[in-house]
Design a protein around this ligand. Structure first.
Ligand code: SF4
Length: 494
C-alpha cells in the first residue's frame, strides 16, 4: 500500500480529548453539521476552496471542523475543535497545499452523536484495500449502535464515538468491491437521516439517505464539481447550483466527470427545520426557496393567530423573516425591536442561572421601537422556553405594554433522531406543558404556534419530516434500537 495518511488525524491519546466542560443548554434546536466536497479537473488550491465552503457552512456547526486533501498517493487531514477561522490559520492551511492537488472534502461539526471531543472531529479516515478513504457526514445513522455491536463482536476496533465511523468501516469491509460499489451496498444497510461526502485519492462521492432528510446539493464551476450541504457554500466557492442530490442517490465525481445512480427508493421527507431555522436564507433546497418559505410561515401565522398590536418584532436572526411575513399579512408595522450582538455567541459560557440571564442580556438588547407599544414578538421555535421568557422580560423592561408571542413552527414535543439536537424530551417545554402553561412560564400576554398544516403549506413540498412536532418518524428506522448514550458509553469504556 503506497497511500499515506498525514496531519492531525493521528491523535488517539487522552490528552487530545478536549471536553466542552459546560452543560449543553439548548435554547434553540442545536445546529447539525455541514459538508463540502471538491473535485477539480486541473490542480488548484483545493484547500482554500474547501475552507471557503466551510466558512459558508459555519452556521451548521461550531464545535469542530476539518479538511482532507488528496495529492498523489497522500491524504492529509487537519481538524480540531473550534470555528473554521480559529482552526484554519494561514499556517495550518498551508500544510494542506500540495502540488497538483485536485480533490478534497471538509466538515464543520456540531455533535449529535459522539461527544464534543477532538477525536470525534471529521473528516474521519480509514485504511482499506481500497486505499485510504475519508468521510464526513451530516445527520444520524439510527441503527449505528446495532451495526457497531455486531462489528465489535466480529473483532472490529473503533477510535471515535460517532456513527460516521460505523459507516466508513462498513465500506472498508467490502474488500471485494470498489469504493463506489461498497458505498452503494452500505447505503442499503443504514437507517436514519444523513448526507455524506467521501473521498479517496481519485474521486469524491456524495450520498443522501433514502428519505433525503438532510440536504445535499451539487454545483459546477469552471474547473470541476462541488458538493455541499447548502447552495450558499456553492456560491461562496464560485460554483453554480446544478441540482439537489436526490433521496437515496449516490453521486460520484472522478476524472470521467459526474455520474450518479439511484441506489434506494424512498418517500422524500426532508427535515422541515431546514426551512424553519437551519438553512441559510439565501438558499433553495429541494426546489423550495428558504427565505420565501419563512415569509410564508409568518403570513400563515398572522392568518391563524392575529393580534391587536402596534408593532411586529422578530427575534434575530432566525425570527426576522417570519416577523416580516406576519407584519405584511397583518398590516401591523414591522420594526427592529431587538438588537443582537454579533459577538456574543458560543464564546460566552454561562456557568450559573444568574449568569445565563446576563448572557441573554449580552446577546439581545431592546431598541426604542417597543417602548409604549403592544408588541407581536415572532420567533422560529421554542425549545425550553427559558430564553423566550428572558426576551419577553427584556421587552417589558424597555416599556412594551403587551407582548404577544408568535412562533413560526408548531410546538416541539419529540426529540429528533436525524441529526438535530432538540434536547432531551424532558427538557422540551411543549412535551410536558400546554400552550397556556408555556405562555404563563414565558410571561407573554398571548402565545400561539404555527399549525402543522400551516407549516406544510408554507414549505409547499409534498412531504416533509415533522417528527419533532408529531412523533411520526419517517425514516423507517427501528428507533427503539437507537441509543445515543449507550453508543457513547460503550465506546468510552473501551
Ligand atoms: S424530527 Fe424535526 S428536526 Fe429532526 S429531521 Fe424531523 S423535522 Fe427535522
Amino acid at each position: 500500500m503506497n497511500d499515506h495518511l498525514r496531519g492531525s488525524d493521528m491523535f488517539e491519546h487522552d490528552e487530545d480529548r478536549l471536553p466542552m466542560d459546560h452543560p449543553r443548554v439548548l435554547d434553540k434546536p442545536g445546529e447539525e453539521c455541514g459538508v463540502v466536497a471538491v473535485h477539480l479537473r486541473e490542480s488548484a488550491d483545493v484547500a482554500a476552496m474547501v475552507h471557503i465552503g466551510l466558512f459558508a457552512l459555519q452556521h451548521r456547526g461550531q464545535e469542530s471542523c476539518g479538511i482532507c486533501i488528496a495529492s498523489g498517493d497522500e491524504l492529509r487531514v487537519e481538524k480540531d475543535m473550534g470555528l473554521v477561522a480559529e482552526v484554519f490559520t494561514e499556517e495550518r492551511l498551508a500544510t494542506l497545499r500540495f502540488e497538483g492537488s485536485r480533490i478534497g472534502i471538509g466538515h464543520t461539526r456540531y455533535s449529535t452523536t459522539g461527544s464534543s471531543l477532538r477525536f470525534n472531529a471529521q473528516p474521519l479516515t480509514v485504511r482499506s484495500n481500497k486505499g485510504i478513504i475519508a468521510l464526513a457526514h451530516n445527520g444520524n445513522i439510527t441503527n449505528a449502535k446495532a451495526i457497531r455491536d455486531r462489528m465489535l463482536d466480529e473483532g472490529a476496533v473503533f477510535q471515535t464515538t460517532n456513527d460516521s465511523e460505523v459507516m466508513i468501516n462498513l465500506v472498508a469491509r467490502y474488500s471485494h468491491l470498489s469504493l463506489e460499489e461498497a458505498t452503494a451496498r452500505v447505503m442499503g444497510e443504514l437507517e436514519g437521516g444523513f448526507s455524506v461526502v467521501m473521498m479517496d485519492k481519485e474521486r469524491v462521492i456524495g450520498l443522501r439517505d433514502r428519505n433525503g432528510v438532510r440536504p445535499l446539493v451539487i454545483g459546477e464551476g469552471q474547473n470541476g464539481y462541488v458538493i455541499a450541504s447548502e447552495p450558499g457554500a456553492l456560491h461562496a466557492m464560485g460554483a453554480t447550483f446544478l441540482r439537489d442530490v436526490a433521496p437515496g442517490e449516490l453521486v460520484v465525481i472522478d476524472d470521467h466527470g459526474l455520474h450518479t445512480r439511484q441506489v434506494l427508493a424512498g418517500v422524500a421527507t426532508p427535515c422541515a427545520f431546514e426551512w424553519i431555522y437551519f438553512a441559510r436564507g439565501d438558499g433553495v433546497l429541494d426546489g423550495v426557496d428558504v427565505h420565501a418559505s419563512r415569509i410564508r410561515m409568518g403570513e400563515t401565522l398572522a392568518d391563524e393567530a392575529p393580534a391587536e398590536a402596534d408593532v411586529v418584532v422578530g427575534v434575530p436572526e432566525s425570527g426576522l423573516a417570519a416577523a416580516l411575513g406576519y407584519a405584511r399579512r397583518s398590516g401591523i408595522p414591522y420594526d427592529i425591536g431587538l438588537y443582537k450582538s454579533p459577538y456574543a455567541g458560543r464564546s460566552f459560557i454561562a456557568p450559573s442561572p444568574h449568569l445565563r440571564d446576563q448572557k441573554v442580556k449580552l446577546k439581545f438588547a431592546p431598541t426604542g421601537a417597543v417602548a409604549g407599544k403592544r408588541v407581536v414578538l415572532v420567533d422560529d421555535s421554542i425549545v425550553r422556553g427559558t430564553t423566550s421568557g428572558r426576551i419577553v422580560q427584556l421587552l417589558r423592561d424597555a416599556g412594551a405594554r403587551e407582548v404577544h408571542f408568535r412562533v413560526s413552527s408548531p410546538p416541539i414535543r419529540y426529540p429528533c433522531y436525524y441529526g438535530i439536537d432538540t434536547a432531551a424530551r424532558k427538557e422540551l417545554a411543549a412535551a410536558s406543558m400546554s400552550v397556556e402553561e408555556i405562555r404563563a412560564r414565558i410571561g407573554a400576554d398571548s402565545l400561539h404556534y404555527l399549525s402543522e398544516a400551516g407549516l406544510a403549506r408554507s414549505i409547499s413540498l409534498g412531504t416533509t419530516c415533522l417528527a419533532c412536532f408529531n412523533g411520526n418518524y419517517p425514516a423507517g428506522s427501528p428507533l427503539d434500537a437507537y441509543d445515543k448514550e449507550g453508543l457513547e458509553e460503550l465506546t468510552m469504556a473501551r
